[in-house]
Design a protein around this ligand. Sequence first.
Ligand SMILES: Cc1cc2nc3c(=O)[nH]c(=O)nc-3n(C[C@H](O)[C@H](O)[C@H](O)COP(=O)(O)OP(=O)(O)OC[C@H]3O[C@@H](n4cnc5c(N)ncnc54)[C@H](O)[C@@H]3O)c2cc1C
Length: 298
Amino acid sequence: MLQQKYSILIQKIPDLKSQEFLSNHCTFRIGGPADLFWNCSDINLLPEFLKITKNLEIPYFIFGGGSNILFDSNGFRGLVIKITDSNFEFINSSAPFLKASAGARMALLAKESFSKKLTGLEWANGLPGTLGGAIYGNAGCHDCEIADLIENVTLYDFEKGIFEVKKDYFDFKYRDSKLKKTKEIVLKATLKLKNTNTDLKKSKEAVNFRAEKQPWGFTTGSFFKNPEGDSAGRLIDSVGLKGYQIGEAKISEKHANFFMNLGHATSDDILKLRALAKEKVMANFGIELEDEIIIVNS
Ligand SMILES: Cc1cc2nc3c(=O)[nH]c(=O)nc-3n(C[C@H](O)[C@H](O)[C@H](O)COP(=O)(O)OP(=O)(O)OC[C@H]3O[C@@H](n4cnc5c(N)ncnc54)[C@H](O)[C@@H]3O)c2cc1C
């Protein structure tokens, strides 16, 4: 049944790939083949193609940089869409604005804004992932977050169509936005920067902090959100799981909230580590660890 629908979709969407390994598209390097895979390099095509996919009742999943995702080792039955449209432009009006497509890389946007001597994105120097992913999860660090910079965002929803919203719309909280519930899709966004000269010290510190405190390798960054007033890394370390390994999945020795794929870890290995960390932290501290990463089932 799905195969018949796939044949129709393949005729309607150009450049669809079959059996593309998702491990090639995420920082965890875990993920089996997607039945269908589309590299969306023109964001303007997305609403129309999504409508076709939905009308055919084909399951779909949309992502950007794949730096906050655990794909299933069994892959995905349906269409996986990777947004790679990375167009951006600086607009100088009352304030300097940076308008970009959802697939624009945060680290590149930061670098480009530094070259124009603008302030605002210093914290995002070296941040993996795209603008769309950053808005979805309200990415941030060093007491800054993407929410601070949002001027307006163009979203897509099947019922509402394409519409523009302001920052208030998102109910931004720590690593959270309304999009996690509504599943609306970020097409484009405009960030408001400042003309006050890039704080190069701050941007350098952001990169140095990553190099010093975070492990290098196949990971998604912080696995769990930090519980209020505490840190997930400290809690996992306290229950003796720093360095703990299941299969080829390991809790980093350097930072216990970083789960690592040593090379051939499966999604099951990672999920077992996750269950163990949650269970031990709950048993010892009565704290429920909440995922920061997004788990995508097959
Ligand atoms: C080494 C490392 C360090 C990291 N450090 C930080 C850090 O300091 N701070 C931080 O906040 N995060 C950090 N992360 C996590 C990650 O980089 C961020 O969460 C990032 O914003 C995710 O963006 P992405 O494009 O990779 O999203 P993806 O992983 O591709 O997707 C994540 C979620 O966003 C959704 N999504 C993606 N694009 C869109 C869109 N256009 N519209 C709607 N939904 C969308 C997806 O459906 C998915 O649910 C780190 C990750 C790594 C690997």
